[in-house]
Design a protein around this ligand. Structure first.
Ligand SMILES: Nc1ncnc2c1ncn2[C@@H]1O[C@H](COP(=O)(O)OP(=O)(O)OP(=O)(O)O)[C@@H](O)[C@H]1O
Length: 298
């Protein structure tokens, strides 16, 4: 295949399609550069292979999840891996508010093949899974918690490993089923300084993430406490084997209350979401795609 020619043709058509569809972004996966094509549409590059969330959307039991993984993994790797990377990148950018909803145009280039992919963000499994949480937690609060979690997870990989959990909603019940491990750093602070909807407060959340224990955050985004220990019976919690006390208790509190848990694992910076005692999603290798041209369209 004449790669230079193919790349130019592919890029030209991708931009044309993106224009016609009013796409908020073009996302590129693989070894192709769209820099030579002039367009205002932001172009993102998936910088490294991210593990697909499809691998991690767990079915009813861990055993079934494992079986599903075994079937899906090779198919995913060989056929649709790149499509998934584009979908995940779009979902993550959308969640953190960098990309408005709409139809994304993806460009894929592998050694053997090239493709243009059209992806509807609202249909992403990640977005649809999160919509389930919105019945209990304000979408903006969920979005803020996930953005902070992605940030902690990403920087965690740069050497400063941080593990923590945000327990969102049903605050009264969660407070009753937990106690302080250390003095609550949020005690006595005004709501405006404890609200995760205000980006100004994110740095302190990230700092207090270094403390042991978990955060308790209200439906409205007010941090009630950090450094808290969950007093829950973690027996019969059917989550992935090998996860430690914080994950198991975070999952258990979502079984016993209406809260939703967002966890970041110290080992590897994996972000997980639990609801009703079950893992709703698990995102490994949080790596944001890089924006090399255009402005993000929020
Ligand atoms: N029930 C709990 N509530 C709050 N914090 C807890 C609870 N159980 C354990 N922790 C704290 O979480 C930290 C990590 O514990 P552990 O390694 O067992 O959990 P983990 O789920 O593997 O979490 P991580 O991935 O962050 O290491 C410990 O410092 C421990 O004090």
């Amino acid at each position: 295949m004449d790669t230079i020619n193919t790349a130019t043709v592919l890029a030209g058509h991708a931009v044309q399609i993106a224009k016609e569809l009013g796409a908020p972004a073009i996302i590129v996966s693989g070894d192709i550069d769209l820099e030579s094509i002039e367009t205002d549409i932001p172009i993102y590059y998936v910088t490294r292979r991210q593990k697909s969330i499809i691998d991690n959307l767990i079915s009813d039991t861990p055993d079934e999840g494992q079986k599903l993984k075994k079937i899906i993994e090779p198919i995913n790797r060989e056929t649709s891996g790149n499509v998934r990377y584009i979908e995940e990148a779009a979902a993550i950018e959308h969640i953190i508010g960098e990309l408005r909803e709409g139809t994304i145009v993806g460009v894929i280039q592998t050694k053997e093949s090239s493709a243009i992919v059209i992806h509807e963000i609202s249909q992403s499994p990640l977005i649809r899974t999160l919509q389930e949480c919105e019945e209990r937690i304000e979408p903006e609060v969920m979005r803020a918690a996930l953005t902070i979690a992605f940030d902690i997870a990403a920087s965690g990989r740069e050497g400063h490993k941080i593990g923590t959990a945000f327990i969102l909603g049903d605050t009264e019940e969660v407070m009753q089923r937990s106690h302080q491990m250390i003095l609550n750093p949020y005690a006595g602070h005004k709501d405006e300084h404890r609200n995760i909807l205000d980006r100004m407060n994110w740095e302190s959340v990230k700092e207090f993430a270094l403390l042991d224990g978990i955060f308790v955050i209200s439906e409205a985004g007010i941090v009630n406490a950090a450094g808290r220990y969950l007093d829950v019976d973690a027996k019969d919690i059917g989550i992935e084997k090998g996860l430690g006390g914080r994950h198991v208790s975070a999952a258990a509190i979502t079984r016993d209350t209406f809260a939703i848990a967002v966890t970041i694992s110290e080992s590897g910076g994996t972000v997980r979401v639990y609801m009703d005692g079950k893992e709703l999603l698990c995102l490994d290798y949080i790596e944001r795609p890089s924006l090399r041209s255009g402005k993000p369209q929020r």
